[in-house]
Design a binder for this molecule. Structure first.
Ligand SMILES: C[S@@+](CC[C@H](N)C(=O)[O-])C[C@H]1O[C@@H](n2cnc3c(N)ncnc32)[C@H](O)[C@@H]1O
Length: 521
């Protein structure tokens, strides 16, 4: 029996659970809920009792698939309680949590392909094993991904017999094709072999599906559900000239013919190949080839259009990411200079640059200081992988105030020296260096960021990093928000805003205490 949170949170008649507007993909209907407008945010008011069944997963693959670990209360993972307490204990009592879209949210998936040709398994590894759970009806996937997986399954593996016996609907689907018989015959001929890890044999190892919902020819409300899928076939060969390349070519053409721009049911954006022969667990090899469809994959997020290659890091939950980016923009002043670390394809930095009209700061390198690349930045944004910040960065951020003091001191003393300089040839050389735009010492004295925005997908590592930053007294927490990036799991995305130094109130309190002590003596 999967864990049911009904026992911890009794259902109430008034339901305040609602998915983001437009979350019409496998929608959970609020039980006994009076009609109410969709609300993208949930209040964390503890008096608001929430139902379980209204936001339950109801997925036939739950338990066999490792993707989702929690079946109920998708709108409010249990970890939100812990996060609320954590932030309260660190001075932020108004932590908010955005429920976002609960179903069909995953726009990026890497799925293993295993089993046998007649009966392939396309899905995720079962917990702690290398057995793949087939997940054709995954509730987390954008429906376009499930449709593309189904097409892939037909194209790659269906035998003529199985095709006729269990998928008669496909005949209608293909009936307007000029040569449906040839097509069916072709499917059998493809006979793609799923990868066999033990032997290192087979053709298709993994498939990556990425959905773009950026289609400006559709009304905004229709774009999400009409998203198109970029398919990357991770092929077990060194390159496109290997012996099984005919099969790859045939599979790509099959996918494109039946899901591409000329097909009746256009849901495939493009087909790519990645070549990988390594026997390790690394999914992708270094060689990528665009095969069919559009080569550019555009997405619209955080107010910008961004083109990602299949090898780029992309957030799986595009809509929730958009909600986060819009919240993030509010913490960056207009015209600020921003440094974006762990930037991946640079979506965050570009979104801020566009929405906040950010100032461009040339990179300044002053020798000897690990934080030199932050000189002149007003805001630092970090978005590390699940394991959190690199230790060297935490160390640098902990010592940022003393580094700044040192930098200021050295630039002040050098400007004193500058003033004392009388030799005309030195003065002329200095003037020339300013004219060609190179940095002088005095410019290095500009301060380091006063704001640090930490975006985290790893709650445990975030807590550790947060404690380290706060314990150094170089930073204080000012705001924190959570986002439901991964409904069905206990992972949330956190956006935490830190400011330099300690809270003014805290300092005052301390000096007040001292005074009292003195007077009591
Ligand atoms: C959670 S992703 C965020 C990417 C980007 N901010 C976004 O939202 O699209 C973390 C990124 O950091 C990169 N990364 C991981 N370790 C890194 C390191 N030590 N230095 C720089 N980047 C790193 C990863 O490749 C990945 O692109």
């Amino acid at each position: 029996m999967p864990p049911c949170l009904l026992s911890t949170r009794p259902p109430s008649l008034l339901v305040s659970c609602s998915a983001s507007p437009g979350a019409a993909v496998g929608v959970a209907v609020a039980v006994r809920s009076p009609p109410q407008p969709p609300s993208p945010s949930l209040s964390l008011d503890s008096t608001t009792a929430l139902p379980s069944l209204s936001c339950s997963l109801q997925c036939s693959h739950f338990q066999s698939c490792s993707g989702c670990t929690h079946e109920f209360n998708l709108h409010r993972p249990v970890i939100v309680d812990e996060a609320t307490d954590f932030f309260k204990n660190h001075g932020v009592s108004d932590f908010t949590f955005d429920t976002c879209r609960l179903y069909g949210w995953r726009c990026r998936a890497k799925l293993a392909v295993r089993g046998i040709s007649m009966s392939p398994l396309i899905g995720l590894y079962q917990e702690g094993t290398h057995n793949v759970a087939d997940i054709p009806d995954c509730k987390a996937h954008h429906p376009g991904i499930n449709a593309a997986v189904e097409l892939l399954r037909q194209g790659s593996f269906f035998s003529l017999f199985r095709f006729f016996s269990t998928n008669m609907f496909c005949l209608d689907y293909y009936s307007d094709s000029k040569s449906s018989f040839l097509l069916i015959f072709g499917i059998k001929e493809l006979n793609i072999e799923p990868y066999d890890e033990d032997q290192g044999t087979g053709d298709l190892r993994y498939v990556q599906m990425a959905v773009t919902t950026h289609n400006t020819s559709l009304r905004a409300a229709e774009r999400y559900r009409n998203g198109k899928v970029q398919i990357t076939l991770v092929w077990n060969s060194r390159n496109e000239k290997s012996s099984n390349s005919d099969k790859l070519d045939a599979l790509a053409k099959f996918l494109w013919r039946n899901g591409g721009s000329w097909s009746k049911n256009h849901h495939i954006h493009s087909v790519w190949a990645n070549f990988q022969t390594s026997t390790t667990n690394v999914i992708f090899g270094n060689r990528w080839r665009h095969l069919l469809g559009e080569s550019d994959f555009w997405e619209h997020v955080g107010g910008i259009d961004i083109s990602l290659t299949p090898s780029s890091f992309g957030q799986a939950n595009t809509r929730a990411f958009d909600v986060l980016l819009r919240k993030l923009q509010k913490y960056v002043p207009h015209g600020a200079s921003v440094t974006d670390l762990y930037a991946g394809a640079g979506v965050i930095g570009l979104s801020l640059a566009a929405s906040r009209n950010c100032r461009q700061e040339p990179l300044v390198k002053c020798s000897g200081e690990p934080l030199s690349w932050l000189v002149g930045s007003d805001v630092l944004v970090v978005d590390p992988p699940r394991k959190g910040l690199d230790k060297s960065l935490v160390d640098a951020l902990q010592t940022i105030s003393s580094v700044e003091r040192k930098a200021k001191f050295s630039s002040e003393s050098s400007s004193v020296k500058e003033k004392e300089e009388k030799r005309p040839w030195i003065l002329r050389a200095r003037e020339a260096s300013v004219q060609i735009g190179s940095k002088t010492d005095s410019e290095d004295s500009r301060s380091f960021p006063r704001t640090l925005i930490y975006i985290s997908c790893g709650w445990e590592s975030f807590k550790e990093d947060c404690k380290s930053l706060l314990s150094s007294k170089a930073w204080r927490l000012e705001k924190a928000h959570g986002f439901n990036f991964f409904p069905g799991t206990q992972s949330i995305e956190v956006l935490a805003v830190f400011k330099r130094g300690q809270a003014v109130g805290l300092k005052k309190k301390k000096s007040g205490k001292k005074k009292k002590k003195k007077s009591s003596l």
